[in-house]
Design a protein around this ligand. Structure first.
Ligand code: ATP
Length: 274
């Protein structure tokens, strides 16, 4: 495998816990994503994030995005590792946040202007329209775009206005195989556009997400010595997998490799146990 090394942190979760009205949902979550450097390449980071339905993934995503304050702990983002503020992290959810009464180009321009001066914003939008194969649709309104085009537009929009870090919440659900392939390409493109770009993919599609990721987080419950489940889901250190170190990152056809299949089976077992 080509050489790589981990450099400065780009995302830090520092001892995050979250309770709602006395009910502990998340407990003691500490994790860090560091800038991966591969010589001669612009390589961003991809974190696959799994956990059973209802365990607390969306709650953690909102905390990472600075939209919900955790009960304890803190999130630091960016090269300077400053406390996250709303807007630093793009969040692409199933209901894409495009304005229906504005054209695609205007939607993107509005996002880009949050970060750039008008002329630079226009240039950024042009580059993104080309890169995301959306240029022919620039004058369409969101309702006139296909599901896949709308999703690409939402990813472009969130990248334009956030600071290198985006969270994709269930990006593959409801897509046909051709659209999944297309989205995989877009994700690879996003992560090779800028080495600081970092994508967190929350998905129940283990194989597709693992194949794209260099890091995996598995959220689950731990047990006490008596075998009882401890309240509050967490991402324990042994459930933070370094796929690059395991030799499973950045292979175009990794899904066909026996080791990859074994690892995905292992993940399924761990998820069932949690
Ligand atoms: N604002 C809130 N007030 C009270 N409880 C909440 C709130 N938001 C989330 N919860 C609870 O936190 C738990 C985790 O919910 P969350 O939506 O994060 O799960 P999830 O892992 O994203 O699930 P799924 O995979 O089904 O989307 C649930 O029990 C939910 O009811």
């Amino acid at each position: 495998m080509s050489p790589y090394s981990h450099h400065e942190p780009v995302l830090t979760l520092d001892n995050i816990s979250m309770s709602f009205r006395g009910e502990l949902v998340l407990r003691d979550i500490s994790a860090q994503v560091r800038n991966v450097v591969r010589p001669g390449m612009s390589q961003g980071q991809v974190v696959g994030f799994y956990g059973r339905s209802g365990i607390g993934k969306s709650v953690l995503c909102r905390i990472i995005a600075g939209l919900t304050a955790p009960s304890t702990g803190a999130v630091q983002v960016g090269e300077e590792q400053h406390p996250v503020r709303p807007g630093d992290v793009g969040l692409v959810q199933q209901r894409y946040p495009l304005f229906n009464h504005r054209t695609l180009a205007d939607n993107l321009l509005l996002a880009a202007q949050r970060k750039h001066q008008p002329e630079a914003a226009r240039q950024e939008v042009e580059a993104f329209l080309e890169r995301f194969r959306l240029a022919p649709h620039r004058q369409k309104f969101p309702a006139q775009l296909s599901g896949g085009q709308r999703q690409r537009a939402a990813i472009a929009q969130q990248l334009l206005c956030s600071d290198h870090l985006i969270i994709l919440d269930e990006p593959f659900s409801g897509l046909d195989v051709a659209m999944i392939d297309e989205l995989k390409k877009i994700i690879v493109e996003v992560t090779t556009m800028d080495e600081l770009n970092t994508v967190v993919i929350v998905s129940h599609d283990l194989a597709t997400t693992t194949a794209l990721s260099d890091t995996l987080w598995l959220m689950g419950y731990e047990r006490d010595p008596a075998g009882q489940l401890i309240p509050g889901a967490t991402i324990s250190p042994e459930h933070q997998y370094d796929l690059a170190a395991m030799g499973l990152a950045w292979h175009p056809n990794v899904e066909a490799e026996p080791e990859f299949g074994r690892f995905v089976e292992h993940l399924k077992e761990e998820i069932r146990r949690s």
